[in-house]
Write a protein that binds this ligand. Structure first.
Ligand code: PMP
Length: 351
């Protein structure tokens, strides 16, 4: 058969679509509906392209230092990458290297099993309970590492910090990764635990709460030892992952704490308002703490709603997968966008 026999084959992760219609309402990939901070715009306008002839600093020092300062940790406890996907992929490659299976929820970020397959990491999925909650006891068995988002995706359900601590404390001989992509919309971060546990890696991103999905900035906090291990693998893979413009614009975004607070608060307010309106239309959902809702309706198939919405250029996410194919994941947009969504549902249901 030749070369094809030896190809590393993998079923890739399927990202949500990125349609491009002027009139569309895009609620399918959990982007922020508000623009990035004005400081990002100002920084872009004064950028010096002459410096682009030089490689970027491999450790992305300006951004690493700014993150360390902003979050009250040492710079040696910070790792940055090209979106949290890059950070998570590096963390899988670095820390999940045992014969025992890595554990993660059965309903979760659908990139985890793709990385596990790609890197040939054995894994075992632990089922969420009836209310779509992570069951902490499931993560207290022999394993080669643990990863879960908090709040979980696509459910939005938060795991309380004391339960996370219990999982980390009972698994001191493996690395536990908490993927906090959506933490800024009202979940308590596990960051404070990194001082106490050298086996905990907390991963965050600028893609959601800082309106910078297009820039690709992710980062992780952990013990100095953990971050050193991560850097050794990263420098064995690609030294210059973060480009100069991203580093500079990321620093500018991080400096605007007021705007970050204002926009995340607006999204939380819209989310809570939207929950009430969707409940009034007969939808049910777990209590999301993220910038999306994971909803189901007893009388309407999720796939039909998804398609009808798409015809109106309203994009939401539908997963044709067991256990979750009755659900739609709807990103929280602006109040106006949510009005349009609710208006559509009312018309569709003749209410
Ligand atoms: N983790 C979770 C749970 C996500 O939903 C996403 C967004 N697809 C990511 C990580 C990756 O986001 P990014 O690479 O944009 O930081």
């Amino acid at each position: 058969m030749g070369w094809e026999e030896n190809v590393r084959r993998v079923v890739p992760y399927t990202p949500g679509e990125q349609p491009d219609f002027a009139d569309m309402i895009k609620l399918n990939t959990n982007e922020n509906p508000y623009p990035p901070s004005k400081r990002v715009q100002a920084c872009a306008q004064t950028a010096k392209t002459e410096r682009l002839r030089l490689y970027p600093p491999p450790a992305a020092d300006a951004l690493t230092n700014a993150l360390a300062k902003s979050y009250g940790v040492k710079r040696e406890q910070v790792f940055v990458g090209v979106g949290s996907d890059d950070v998570l992929a590096m963390a899988f490659l670095t820390f999940f290297n045992a014969d025992k299976p890595v554990l993660f929820p059965d309903i979760t970020y659908s990139f985890y099993d793709v990385w596990a397959e790609l890197f040939r990491i054995p894994y075992e999925c632990q089922p969420l309970d009836e209310e779509l909650r992570i069951v902490k006891e499931d993560y207290c068995r022999p394993n080669g590492g643990i990863v879960f988002p908090n709040p979980n995706a696509p459910t939005g359900v938060e795991l309380p910090l004391d339960e996370i601590e219990e999982i980390v404390a009972r698994n001191r001989d493996v690395v536990v990764i908490v993927d906090e992509a959506y933490v800024d919309f009202g979940t308590r971060s596990a960051l404070e635990l990194i001082r106490k546990y050298d086996n905990l890696l907390v991963v965050q991103t600028f893609s959601k709460s800082r309106s910078l999905a297009g820039l690709r900035i992710g980062y992780a906090f952990g013990s100095e030892k953990l971050i050193r291990c991560l850097n050794d693998v990263k420098y064995s893979f690609n030294s210059y992952t973060m480009n100069r413009p991203s580093i500079e614009l990321g620093v500018a975004a991080l400096a605007d704490e007021a705007y970050f607070r204002e926009t995340t608060a607006k999204i939380i307010a819209t989310r809570e308002r939207t929950k009430k309106r969707l409940a009034a239309l007969g939808f049910s959902f777990a209590d999301s703490k993220a910038n999306f809702l994971f909803v189901t309706h007893p009388d309407y198939a999720a796939k039909d709603l998804f398609e009808a919405l798409k015809e109106q250029h309203i994009y939401v996410r539908y997963f044709a997968k067991p256990r979750i194919d009755r659900y739609l994941r709807i990103t929280i947009g602006t109040d106006e966008q949510m009005d349009a969504l609710i208006g559509f549902f009312k018309r569709y249901m003749n209410k």
